[in-house]
Design a protein around this ligand. Structure first.
Ligand SMILES: [Zn+2]
Length: 66
């Protein structure tokens, strides 16, 4: 039996992945990168938190192959 798992719940944890993250924090071969969606500001033009980086302005990007 397979139970669908949805990550729709907003989890206010620093280690939580953001939609813009390409790799989990601490993943070997990954690194932090500025969020291009909000230009590292963390907020959008309308003042709302950037949905891609979760308002941090930083996304975890995969580096190298993968
Ligand atoms: Zn952003």
């Amino acid at each position: 039996m397979h139970t669908p798992t949805y990550h729709s719940t907003i989890v206010l944890e620093q280690e939580a992945l953001n939609p813009g993250d390409e790799a989990a924090p601490g993943t070997p071969g990954s690194g932090e990168n500025v969020c291009g969606h909000c230009r590292a500001r963390g907020i959008m033009e309308d003042g709302r938190a950037c949905p891609m980086c979760g308002g941090t302005g930083i996304v975890t990007a995969g580096i190298g192959g993968g």
